[in-house]
Write a protein that binds this ligand. Structure first.
Ligand code: KIV
Length: 263
């Protein structure tokens, strides 16, 4: 199977081909994700919730991210491997450079950072030094306490406009991908049209260039299934089958359906 690179994803956007991403935290699942030919494996800091049992992603450390990144790397030679930079690990330029280097040395091929305009200098710095960056806007879970809970973002027109401007600023600073989480589908559509880089949605409607789900949610084994997710294991013969169905439904546009939107 051909190794996925940022060039593959860029040309998929250009050709209107949708791709899928999924979170991965260990070697065995990473291997199943490779076998399902899923384009992006994200070592999400959601591991704080689904692996470590925290009630948010805030306690997750760089060492924990590096440990899981190296396990995922050993299981998969196909998917582009993106690792989350955890809470406060990119609060200053020097921290961002050192912590991104730790994740890249562990096997990440791109790092993901949550935030808007304030992040542009850090994105620029990382990308100038050869570190591919994925932005993350909308409902950014590391800011859950600032939002006052896990709430849909960008409902008001001014807020939506600001989010698009911030995403463009992150792209212009050098980001190669961007995740948009939990926004109305009209905003998911507008963001995808406004950006040249591929946009990966989660709870952002069907028009984004790609979809991402938390592995434990899409296997129906999380404590609570978010509205924007779907239990692909229900009705499947195996985990491998569920992963493949997810990938097929994203590429043929049948997932997400209107019932998975945050409108
Ligand atoms: O940590 C994570 O799993 C994520 C996805 C939900 C996009 O950031």
């Amino acid at each position: 199977m051909k190794k996925i690179s940022i060039n593959t994803l860029r040309s998929m956007k250009k050709n209107g081909e949708k791709f899928s991403a999924i979170t991965a935290y260990d070697y065995t699942f990473s291997h199943l994700i490779e076998a399902a030919a899923i384009e992006v494996a994200l070592v999400g800091d959601s591991l704080g919730n689904v692996i470590l049992g925290h009630d948010s992603t805030i306690p997750v450390t760089v060492d924990e991210m590096a440990y899981h990144t190296s396990a995922v790397k050993r299981g998969n030679n196909h998917s582009l491997l993106v690792s989350d930079m955890p809470f406060m690990s990119y609060a200053t330029e020097i921290k961002a450079l050192e912590n991104a280097a730790t994740l890249m040395r562990s096997g990440a091929q791109m790092v993901k950072l949550e935030g808007g305009e304030w992040l542009t200098e850090i994105v620029y710095l990382l990308s100038q030094r050869g570190i591919p960056v994925c932005g993350h806007v909308g409902l950014t879970p590391q800011s859950v306490h600032k939002f006052g809970g896990f709430k849909v973002q960008g409902r008001a027109e001014a807020e939506a406009k600001k989010m698009i401007q911030e995403a463009i600023a992150i792209q212009d600073a050098g980001a190669d991908l961007i995740v948009v989480e939990c926004v109305p589908s009209t905003l998911g559509t507008a963001l995808t049209a406004a950006l040249d880089i591929p946009v990966i949605g989660i709870g952002a409607g069907a028009s984004t260039d790609a979809q991402v789900l938390v592995l434990h949610d899409m296997l129906g084994i999380s404590k609570r299934l978010p509205k924007f997710s779907k239990d692909f294991l229900a009705g499947a013969n195996s985990i491998q089958d569920a992963l493949k169905t997810y990938s097929v439904e994203v590429s043929n546009g049948s997932f997400p359906g209107p019932e998975h939107c945050c409108d």
